[in-house]
Design a protein around this ligand. Structure first.
Ligand code: SF4
Length: 385
């Protein structure tokens, strides 16, 4: 199948959006990723040779948003923004100049692979263009797992140092972790929690491994006779509990138990706000933050909600805030914003843990049965449906 020529993409009709009802707006510079992680469907859908729009296209999209009066958070929804570093290096000077000329109306976030930490020039240029956050797939702290899942770009490095390098460039990291790989030899919960604590990443998306259609993982599991037919889990639309659509190598109960342990531990108020506190000491932002700058009403609302967010939350929040005010007051807008995320993340983690509790009880009581296994490729079944 041919890949779309993104240099022909028209400027999106942002004027059709009710922009005041969006937390952020998405733009896209590139599609595809040069890596080959086994579980990833991006590379099957968009390919391993990243294709990029021209600088003029990207700036025209920003111009369109600016002309509509939009200000604040813009997310580059690229699969891996640094997949084509040469093209990105060409874009960033123009992006920086555009931001300068307009007095920095936008704050950018994106996704990138961890080798971003190896490129000081790129990190500096991203930061100077006002990128403030990046999502990175860490997946697992275990080298054998990373090698087996073909995420070799995450090996031969200290994850802690790489993340710290990015934090010190004033870009804070959100990360993805996965539980349920074949290579897990025993419990992975302690190692994963340690990695999350060592890297001081407050917002971690921890999920159960899911074999998506078209991926190398799905093909392997199919050939090994371990892939389930649709077990209805995908209907829930919840990426956190709809995992493990295959026969796991370790007992399923142990995988689920690890998963709930990680979630319970990292989203306890003390653990979360301590990571925010340590992040607050690292960031050295010089530019104000439009998303919350001067918005006293939002801050008061946040305080009210923090105080009714469950035992220990307010106490940990104030401890963290005082630390930031004393040691790095310029980071206050960021730690406040990251604290606001806890109002969703804390209750959501508890909800997922309750769901996993139910799944484990089902297994313990003998109610969970292995679903039938697939015999035909998912794609073939999708085409027939
Ligand atoms: S680095 Fe990310 S986008 Fe690239 S193949 Fe791996 S998971 Fe997919």
């Amino acid at each position: 199948m041919g890949k779309t020529n993104v240099t022909l993409s028209p400027t999106p009709r942002f004027d059709l959006l009710k922009l005041d009802q969006y937390l952020h707006v998405g733009v896209q510079f590139s599609r595809g990723c040069p890596f080959s992680c086994e579980f990833c469907d991006i590379i099957e859908l968009y390919g391993r040779t990243p294709r990029t729009k021209t600088n003029e296209q990207v700036l025209a999209e920003l111009d369109a948003l600016y002309a509509l009066g939009y200000r604040g958070h813009v997310d580059f929804v690229d699969d891996n923004l640094i997949g084509n570093k040469k093209a990105l290096r060409k874009l960033l000077p123009d992006l920086k100049a555009w931001q300068n000329k307009k007095n920095f109306p936008f704050e950018f976030s994106t996704e990138a692979s961890i080798n971003l930490a190896d490129d000081a020039d790129l990190l500096r240029d991203l930061s100077q263009s006002n990128f403030f956050a990046v999502f990175i797939g860490i997946e697992s702290p275990d080298t054998d797992t990373l090698v087996m899942t073909q995420k070799k770009q995450n090996t031969r490095r200290s994850l802690q140092q790489s993340i710290e390098t990015i934090h010190r460039a004033d870009i804070f990291v959100n990360a993805g972790f996965i539980v349920g790989f074949d290579s897990e030899k025993g419990s992975v919960a302690a190692g994963m929690v340690e990695c999350i604590e060592d890297t001081a990443i407050p917002v971690c998306m921890v999920g159960l491994l899911y074999a998506l259609p078209t991926t190398q993982l799905t093909k392997r599991l199919l050939s090994e006779g371990r892939l389930f037919v649709d077990d209805g889990q995908t209907q829930s639309g919840d990426q956190c509990t709809a995992g493990l659509n295959f026969e796991t190598k370790r007992p399923r109960r142990d995988v689920l138990d690890d998963y709930r342990t990680v979630l319970r531990t990292i989203y306890a108020p003390g653990a979360y706000f301590d990571r925010v506190r340590r992040l607050g000491r690292m960031l050295k932002r010089t530019r104000g933050h439009r998303m919350i700058k001067g918005d006293l009403r939002s801050f008061v609302r946040l305080l009210f909600r923090i105080h009714s967010a469950g035992p220990g939350t307010a106490q940990q929040f104030w401890r963290m805030l005082l630390d930031c005010a004393l040691h790095n007051p310029k980071a206050l807008p960021y730690v406040v914003m990251t604290s606001a995320l806890y109002l969703h993340l804390g209750p959501f983690a508890r909800q997922v843990v309750e769901e996993i509790d139910r799944e484990i009880t089902n297994i313990d009581q003998g109610h969970w049965k292995i679903p039938p296994f697939r015999t035909a490729p998912v794609e073939a079944e999708l085409e027939l449906a």
